[in-house]
Design a protein around this ligand. Sequence first.
Ligand SMILES: [Ca+2]
Ligand SMILES: [Ca+2]
Length: 252
Amino acid sequence: MMLYFKEIICLLTLLAISTVPVPCMSGIPVMTLTRDPTYSELLPTHTRYQITSLQNISLMDSVFGCLLRYPSCVGILHNANIRLSFLLMCYLNERSVGRTRKVPGWIFLSDLNVCLKGWVPFSGHCYLHVKNETDWKDAKDICNRSDAYLLQTETHEEALWVTEAFLRPVNVVECTTWDSCSSWIGANDFSQEGLYSWNHGSDQFNATFWYPDQPNNYAGDQDCAALTRSAQLNDKECSFKYEFVCERDLFI
Ligand SMILES: [Ca+2]
Ligand SMILES: [Ca+2]
């Protein structure tokens, strides 16, 4: 009971919307929810990143739900006028908000310290976009040196989010072909041609969202996988230079 009481005190402190991180007792995630004035009255364009919507709910109960019931929750969009909350698995950003759908009464609270500085949280993991173009092995090594691993897009939902959050949009001047401006991911078919596996951890490679007619092992020399800007996968020469994304567990 005392444990529960302490958690409530901690969360009440968070609700003061302090910009100073508030230490919580060990055993629950240390999170500081801070209002983000940039997106205070805007609604997300995409609904697929919403964990759930909560009707007839207070801001305080929304915070409880985000912190204690949904490990992938990193942001809350709340409208006190209509007592409606959306729990979000990612931050709002320039590409994910609808600037023409301005509706009064919304506030957005983002969690600012579940990831290291510069890393972006999404659904239980932290991501770092490295814009330096490098070959697959160097990309993997750079991620490993940061206690992370090269992007592991197990689901299409994750691939869509990474694409929207980091990769340059289709048709920008410097990205003239369907596979240019892709990002390396941590998968290869080194051990058996055509049989892809993740180079980190023990998860099975179940990704099915290959670009049409890929992997094609073009010229017999494509053994590393990349994420295209259409959020699909392609096999590519490992010596090719792409930008990349590192992934790691939440910093909690
Ligand atoms: Ca191959
Ligand atoms: Ca290919």
